[in-house]
Ligand binder design. Structure first.
Ligand SMILES: [Mg+2]
Length: 229
């Protein structure tokens, strides 16, 4: 791209690891439930259902996750959670916030390359303090013109971002790993999109990708952005 573009970057599982920590806690949760009749997959499906129902009300992040673990546990064991069990479940959620922030390969050098050439924004969703702490720990804050944390990344949120940050949609690209939160709503809001798949994307972020067109690019790694911008 010869002219400067606006690159709007997702954070979790695009710039840094995130969902892999949730997956580790979920495996330990399934071990802990140790259900006599349900398979691991059925216990996981029960948690997925609770997470899907609660996301609209309680949002995302470790506190929402702790609540979902508790609710699923109560539902599956059909009894109130004992204090010791509750401590364990809260610990599974806390562990995620204590995980060391790990940038994905080539992220730091690619952003360094892109920053003088284009306008970079970070657009992430989740619990605001948790997301802002991650941005701080990432050491990437100076790369961005703005950091925006949304409750949900849906079509209205993209429209609001475009209006609030004077973004020209004709030269703006949303870059992320989630078809549901990054790619499809951004395309629907009139932006271009770059899908960079991550092998451990959260199950609830998966969706059919909008059909390929001139506004959608699929890259196999973050570093490949340097070949296009
Ligand atoms: Mg993501």
């Amino acid at each position: 791209m010869r002219t400067a573009q606006v690159l709007i970057l997702d954070g979790d599982d695009t710039l840094w690891e995130n969902n892999v920590y949730f997956e580790q806690s979920i495996e330990d949760f399934i071990d802990f439930v140790d259900h006599s009749r349900l398979t691991r997959e059925q216990v996981r499906a029960a948690l997925d259902e609770v997470e899907g129902l609660n996301a609209g009300v309680h949002g995302y992040g470790s506190a929402a996750f702790a609540r979902n673990l508790r609710e699923t546990y109560e539902h599956l064991t059909e009894r109130d959670v004992e204090p010791a069990a509750l401590d364990y479940l809260m610990g599974l959620a806390r562990r995620i916030t204590e995980a060391k922030l790990e940038l994905l390969p080539e992220v730091a050098e690619t952003l360094e390359y892109l920053q003088p050439r284009h306008r970079l924004l970070l657009f992430t969703k989740g619990q605001p303090e948790e997301q802002r702490l991650k941005v701080q720990l990432s050491g990437l804050i100076d790369r961005f013109d703005a950091v925006v944390v949304a409750r949900e990344k849906d079509v209205p949120a993209y429209r609001e971002l475009v209006a609030g940050h004077a973004i020209d949609r004709a030269r703006a690209w949303m870059v992320g790993n989630s078809p549901r939160s990054d790619i499809n709503p951004a395309l629907e809001a009139g932006l271009h999109a770059i899908y960079i798949p991550h092998p451990h994307t959260w199950r609830l972020e998966r969706a059919d990708l909008a059909p390929a067109n001139q506004r959608l690019l699929v890259l196999e790694s973050f570093g490949r952005l340097r070949e296009h911008f």
